[in-house]
Write a protein that binds this ligand. Structure first.
Ligand code: HEM
Length: 420
């Protein structure tokens, strides 16, 4: 299939729900494919990794947005995200990243271990108390990351439900294309979230607490500080980048584990294997499937010349299944050596919350499998029609305490995964 047609298929509802066959259509044309005069798609692991680390490629910043997205300043959602580290280039990016990383310390993340465990236990208790099948997304995969990020930021527990809606509404702007309707929803979410954080920030300015919001309010390094707008934008991005992504790691990961019951049973018995399992789950079905970059100088990758001002879509989910990097890439294998998935990106924008996301998944999966040995999919999971953030709208599960044969729609009985 022609690369432009393959790309159109990828953007269609069918392509968004299951992008993996389309990635192979693109890969058949090489690891870097030209899909328009200055438009390229990358599916190769080595090329994706190198482009994300290459200083000739930057994120779409204000100057480029003015050129390619006139009117973007009218959108509170795009405006908010554009002021954050996620969408700025050096020197602003380096300054903000340094300030945020100083507040987002390994000590602060490690201290979240017991919070994650306690919240996960509470959510399992609530699922066990429900009668009949429960929606794993509503019952666990959404509330755990939102509860953890709210605890980290110092948001009161009673306000958490608001955050779930705001974050879900806002993530529409991370898609490569957005409808006017979805943009209006994202804009409303951004305005409400901004108003909420404005109040939280002024409360923490008056009375600092031991939370990330206070640390960001106080963050300074030499003469550098975060401006008021940058502070709000980065708080918003911590929520937007950190919540639904982790939700989707939990949902996608649970489906993969239930499709591979022997591997799941081994993890339940050996929680110490969780780090390898989580990295393979990230590779196998990445919660973030793509990001994009704009080039500022000529470059050559995969035998393809990219002129300056090329727009490059880096397909992280396809790079993670590059057969040159991972033999039998469509096979879930928690014993794969040297996994290093590109799911958290690479280079200067490498995910600031990777350690937190890994911690949540490494605690959650063994805990779920141990406490709910009868856990099984109890209906057809429904995917969200989103490409960038890949995950489920609903994932009905049965949570009986007793172990029972695990069946997943589409999996023939006995077709267990490889024994790790
Ligand atoms: C499984 C969960 C997660 C995945 C798959 C993920 C993925 C990513 C990716 C791919 C990027 C780079 C985007 C790019 O290069 O254009 C990124 C950046 C970022 N992530 Fe995550 N993320 C996750 C969880 C989190 C969490 C829990 C937080 C914080 C609480 C977080 C905060 C951030 C921030 C602040 C950035 C921007 C870093 C920068 O631009 O310098 N993420 N994430």
């Amino acid at each position: 299939m022609d690369p432009a047609d393959a790309l159109a298929l990828l953007m269609s509802p069918e392509g968004r729900v299951d992008p993996y066959p389309t990635y192979e259509l693109l890969r058949a044309h090489g690891p870097v494919v030209q899909a328009g005069p200055v438009f390229f798609v990358v599916t190769g692991y080595a090329e994706a990794d190198a482009i994300l680390r290459d200083a000739r490629f930057g994120v779409l910043d204000d100057a480029l947005r003015d050129q390619f997205m006139p009117g973007w300043r009218e959108s509170p959602a795009i405006l908010s995200i554009s002021r954050s580290m996620l969408r700025t280039n050096p020197p602003d990016h380096s300054r903000m990243r340094r300030l945020a990383a100083g507040a987002f310390t390994p000590r602060r993340i490690a201290a979240m271990h017991d919070v994650v465990r306690a919240q996960a236990d509470e959510l399992v208790d609530a699922m066990l108390a429900a009668e009949g099948p429960v929606d794993f997304m509503a019952g666990f995969a959404y509330p755990l990351p939102v509860g953890v990020i709210c605890a980290l930021l110092g948001v009161p527990a009673a306000d958490r439900p608001l955050f779930r809606r705001w974050a879900t509404d806002l993530t529409g702007v991370l898609e490569p294309e957005i409808t006017e309707e979805d943009l209006a929803v994202a804009d409303r979410g951004a305005s409400e979230l901004r108003a909420y954080f404005t109040e939280l920030v002024s409360a923490r300015r008056r009375a600092p607490a031991d939370d990330l919001t206070s640390a960001l309010v106080q963050a300074h390094d030499g003469g550098d500080r975060l401006s008021g707008d940058e502070l709000l934008a980065n708080l918003i991005v911590l929520l937007v980048a950190g919540f639904e992504t982790t939700t989707n790691l939990l949902g996608n990961g649970l489906v993969a584990l239930l499709e591979h019951p022997r591997a799941a049973a081994t993890l339940a018995e050996h929680p110490e294997f969780a780090p390898g399992y989580v990295d393979e789950l990230l590779r196998y079905d990445s919660p973030v499937q793509l990001t994009s970059r704009m080039s500022t100088a000529p470059a050559r990758y995969g035998d393809v010349d990219l002129p300056p001002e090329s727009w490059v879509i880096v397909m992280l989910g396809a790079a993670n299944r590059d057969p040159r990097r991972y033999p039998e890439p469509a096979r879930f294998d928690p014993w794969r050596p040297q996994v290093h998935p590109l799911s958290f990106g690479a280079g200067p924008h490498y995910c600031l919350g990777a350690a937190l996301a890994r911690l949540e998944a490494q605690v959650a999966f063994p805990l779920l499998l141990r406490r709910l040995p009868g856990l099984a999919v109890a209906g057809r999971p429904e995917r969200r029609v989103r490409l960038t953030l890949r995950g489920h709208a609903t994932l009905p599960v049965r949570v009986g305490r007793e172990a029972s044969p695990v069946t997943v729609p589409g999996t023939p009985p006995g077709a267990a995964g490889p024994t790790p």
